[in-house]
Design a protein around this ligand. Structure first.
Ligand code: SF4
Length: 349
């Protein structure tokens, strides 16, 4: 059962409350370089990104963010550390959300000013707790633990709630997978604010992917997580692609086909790898919750075909095509892809 959180809006995207889980990433260009940043946004949107975050380190960047917001087809979140004036400027310059920790802004007066700007512009705030930058007194009391991360989040939330601000999203991240998962679970038991989840500083592509899949996957299986971000020392397009694959693997991408293919073994007499890759790619854009199976032989093939909406079962130089468990016909390898895809795309049952 997916955990029901409050709903906030990041631009026109509802986050929380059982709405579809969205994929985020950050641009890795200098935000002051509007052209390069917009180019990167174009690339990540092409990969299926729903929401983008840009670091805003100074006033110059907070001016440039306006042009980036104007260009971006998806909501832009401004990532700000400490400086409340930058936060206010970004809110007034059209960003869809601020990522800032109110406990780090300074005086309550400054927090109040930021809250006022967010209320005025109708935008939420994401609190981002990172186990690498916890408050000293919290660390002394709880050590660097999941409990400490939740206590830190609680404190930041308190600063906003004090001024009647509840449009909040929270992330609790660590480079340690287990700590991240435990902190997010603990938070979910105590608060109903939507959660942005991810394993931070996960590393380069190979290990970072594994850490992200385990951490994000474990939480999503618990019904926790309203937006996700894969953090890699790599191109943000790869972060988005992997984020979408995680959602897909857990059947959390609405109206998205599910693809099954066998690992092949010594019984194979058919170039399944080639067919599986082509078919998986070709069905990517079909907006139907169908299951497609590409199986290597008649040992496990027919069984899997019964579970799938459409299936291929390889033979020697030919393949059998199934539709909802029923054998439709046998076709030779040459016309297989064409016939199979035609059947899927033209089927309106
Ligand atoms: S479906 Fe056939 S080829 Fe594929 S793994 Fe199973 S037994 Fe091997």
């Amino acid at each position: 059962m997916y955990r029901k959180t409050r709903v906030i809006y990041v631009g026109d995207i509802p986050v929380g409350g059982g709405n579809p889980i969205t994929v985020q990433t950050m641009t890795k260009t200098d935000t002051r370089d509007v052209k390069a940043t917009c180019e990167q946004i174009k690339d990540i949107v092409g990969a299926g990104c729903d929401i983008v975050r840009c670091a805003v380190p100074d006033m110059d960047a907070s001016e440039k963010i306006k042009d980036i917001v104007d260009f971006s087809p998806i909501p832009v979140i401004a990532d700000i550390h400490f400086d409340y004036r930058i936060a206010i400027k970004c809110a007034d310059n059209g960003v869809a959300c601020l990522r800032i920790n109110p406990g780090n802004i300074g005086s309550k007066k400054r927090v109040k000013e930021v809250v006022k700007a967010c209320k005025h512009n109708g935008i939420p705030i994401r609190i981002g707790v990172n186990s690498g930058s916890l408050e000293r007194d919290i660390l002394e009391k709880y050590g660097n633990t999941p409990k400490a991360m939740v206590e830190s989040a609680k404190r930041h939330i308190g600063f906003l709630e004090e001024f009647g601000f509840y449009d909040i999203k929270v992330s609790l991240k660590s480079s340690d997978v287990k700590k991240t998962v435990e902190a997010c679970r603990m938070f979910a038991k105590q608060f109903d604010y939507p959660q942005h989840i991810g394993v931070t500083e996960a590393g380069t592509y190979s290990i970072g992917s594994v850490k992200s899949i385990i951490g994000i996957g474990a939480l999503l299986l618990d019904g926790i997580g309203d937006t996700i971000r894969v953090s890699l020392t790599d191109n943000p397009v790869r972060e988005v692609t992997l984020g979408r694959s995680i959602l897909k693997a857990l059947n959390l991408l609405p109206d998205s086909p599910k693809f099954v293919s066998c690992p092949t073994c010594g019984r194979i007499q058919f170039d399944i790898k080639r067919f599986a890759e082509i078919i998986e790619k070709e069905i990517e854009d079909i907006k139907k919750p169908i299951t497609v199976a590409v199986m290597g032989c008649a040992v496990n093939g027919p069984g899997e075909a019964r579970e799938a909406d459409y299936a291929i079962c390889g033979g020697k130089g030919y393949a059998a095509i199934y539709k909802r468990g029923k054998l439709i016909k046998k076709v030779d390898e040459k016309s297989l892809v064409k016939e199979f895809l035609l059947m899927i795309k033209e089927d309106d049952d």
